[in-house]
Design a protein. Structure first.
Length: 323
């Protein structure tokens, strides 16, 4: 195990996989000599050259579409989207082509490609550059969607995504890039499905994604000071969404709080709440609660931005309100 940052974990996964398989290449804006806007590709251009580390024009529709062409002709491309907000630019390529290609070929044509997108608020990038985009593709069959919340998850899940024979959308968080954690370099490839318990408890179940996982753990520590033990899950994968372990947790704790860095309407927490209610209705002592962004764009003003992002205190207060 090595103690490295989330950014370094992403880079380590890319280096390891590109060294393993010369059919893997990466393309995106400013990822060449400059090493990427968030330095997650630093050194790749020097090691693998311009043919495998391709600096693209500002044209997400073009290079994401090219990634599909490469994938179905024997390559394993990785497309980096500078900000997750820009997934809207290539939405049609992903939804109408990439997600459906293998299905429409009767399973005969594989589409092994990865789309990495870095999103999230908290760093003063304002409304058009602070979205996580987590639920934009939630209703699209044919995609796998993962949300690594720690350096080890970022490393292990990115390696798994690159080796997978179907398209994977990997959503990373810019506020996590400098966070550190133990990473099992060269260890097992992590599965792309299923939630992971990151803290055990008996009084409430908290489910979160990306940067909200760390804040939920902090909330659980605040609650513990009052004798309340919360169980915390990292959702990890939004598609496929597997809620079995969360359901079993709720049967034990009798309460559910789901936390996401998005507006509430249409968020993935609604699907978790629906599935838990359907499977564990008789065990719930209160309606499932959701802690989200308010229903307006992320503000640029630092005090306002800090206020709208779910805080450990707000998560803890929500749990207390259900008890």
């Amino acid at each position: 195990m090595q103690e490295i940052t989330y950014r370094e974990a992403i880079l380590a996964a890319l280096q390891e996989e590109m060294r393993r398989d010369d059919k893997i290449l990466i393309m995106g804006e400013d990822i060449g000599p400059s090493g990427g806007p968030f330095k997650t590709c630093q050194g790749l251009y020097e090691e693998f050259g311009a043919a495998r580390v391709r600096d693209t024009p500002i044209a997400e529709t073009g290079f994401v579409g090219a990634a599909l062409g490469l994938a179905i002709t024997g390559y394993r491309p990785i497309a980096e989207i500078m900000f997750a907000d820009f997934l809207g630019v290539c939405f049609d390529q992903i939804v109408s082509s990439i997600a459906k290609h293998r299905f429409m070929s009767g399973g005969k044509v594989k589409a092994p490609l990865v789309i990495r997108a870095i999103g999230g608020a908290g760093l003063r990038f304002a409304a058009q550059h602070s979205q996580t985009a987590e639920s934009w593709f939630l209703s699209v069959p044919g995609l796998t969607i993962v949300c690594p919340s720690s350096p080890n998850e970022a490393y292990g899940m990115l390696r798994a995504a690159i080796r997978y024979d179907n398209p994977v959308l990997v959503l990373e968080h810019k506020a996590l890039l400098s966070t550190k954690g133990p990473v099992d370099i060269g260890g097992p490839v992590l599965p792309l499905t299923g939630p992971k318990m990151v803290r055990e408890g008996r009084d409430a179940t908290i489910v979160a994604s990306l940067a909200m996982v760390g804040r939920s753990i902090e909330a659980a520590e605040l609650l513990a000071k009052d004798g309340i033990e919360a169980e915390v899950f990292d959702i990890r994968s939004l598609r496929p969404m597997i809620t079995g372990p969360i359901v079993e947790s709720v049967k034990k704790t009798n309460l559910l709080v789901a936390v996401e860095e998005q507006a509430q309407v249409g968020g993935w927490t609604a699907e978790v709440a629906a599935q838990v209610t359907a499977e564990a209705f008789d065990y719930l002592d209160a309606p499932p609660a959701r802690v989200t962004l308010p229903d307006y764009p992320v503000p640029y003003s630092p005090p306002l931005e800090d206020f709208v992002i779910p805080s450990p205190e707000r998560i803890a207060a929500t749990v207390k309100s259900l008890l």
